[in-house]
Design a protein around this ligand. Structure first.
Ligand code: AMP
Length: 280
């Protein structure tokens, strides 16, 4: 696997791939890789001639300085994991490479960023868009792979490529959530959990799963109340929000339409903020 650190080398690589008339799949990450990330890489390997991953902890998407400082960084291990998975290239730029000067661009997501994560992490999705557009402009992939775990992010990236870079013709592929055996969604932040919080955390998905199965005769508002109360009853967990939204507009729904509605949750397990979601 080739490790690349400079944008100019990514441009050059893409030119060579174009000359070969081969396809390129792209998996952007912030590192501290786990099997969730690897599932994206494996999907890309399956569907493209070449796969490139990136590792960059993007400061502009962190609205909380401590969260940015504490974000796990395991680059050497990440390179080993990607190599083993069969990834062809990894792009690991430094801060100056991606932000030689302040990025002042403001994106408009037609309200998609005003709910849930966007509401609780102001500026987060604008920062995501800043880095993703820079990466897409360099890599120019045929397909880019994102996890359904970041449900709102996937919707916003889809909107972003259509509105801001249609000429790039990048197909966004959203991949299933990979979970631990006990149901906890894999996350780079899981390693920051204390043993007690780690033990409590699977209750999040267990509760979502339970209530997603009894939707037919219960109104969304009632499910929201029940899920929130059930999780908050666990002393170590605190729900920040739980919303049941339309898959396209991300707006709260008054009625659950199977296949078109998703329950999205953010929960604090001590200092660690976990997100998860479930399709209804
Ligand atoms: P991150 O490194 O957290 O920015 O995540 C990079 C990509 O991996 C994003 O598209 C995430 O949605 C995806 N991802 C993170 N966790 C999981 C998971 N448990 N299952 C599937 N995809 C995931």
């Amino acid at each position: 696997m080739l490790v690349i650190t400079k944008l100019i080398d990514v441009f050059e690589l893409k030119n060579r791939i174009n000359i070969e008339k081969k396809s390129l799949g792209f998996v952007p990450t912030m590192g501290a890789l786990h099997n969730g990330h690897i599932s994206l890489v494996l999907n890309s390997i399956k569907e493209n001639d070449y796969t490139i991953a990136s590792i960059f902890v993007n400061p502009t998407q962190f609205n909380n300085k401590t969260d940015l400082l504490n974000y796990p960084r395991t680059v050497d291990k990440d390179i080993e994991i990607l190599e083993k998975a069969g990834c062809d290239f990894v792009f690991i730029p430094d801060l100056n490479e991606m932000y030689p000067e302040e990025d002042t661009r403001i994106f408009d997501f037609d309200g998609l960023d005003e709910v849930m994560e966007g509401k609780h992490r102001p500026g987060h999705f604008n920062g995501v868009a800043q880095i993703v557009t820079k990466l897409f402009e360099a890599v120019k992939p045929d397909r880019a792979y994102f996890g359904r775990k970041d449900f709102q992010q996937a919707a916003i990236i889809n909107f972003l490529v259509k509105k801001y870079m249609p000429e790039f013709n990048i197909k966004i592929i959203t991949c299933d959530i990979v979970r631990e055996k006990d149901g906890l969604a894999l996350s780079s932040r899981n390693i920051l959990l204390t043993p007690e919080h780690r033990k409590a955390a699977p209750i999040i998905f267990k509760t979502l799963n339970l209530f997603s199965k009894v939707y037919s005769d219960i109104k969304p508002q009632k499910i929201i109340e029940k899920v929130t109360n059930e999780i908050n009853a666990v002393e170590l967990l605190k729900v920040e929000y739980f919303e049941i939204v339309d898959n396209e507009t991300l707006m709260p729904v008054n009625e659950i339409i199977p296949g078109k509605t998703t329950g999205c949750i953010a929960v604090f397990a001590g200092n660690v903020r976990l997100i998860d979601n479930i399709s209804f």
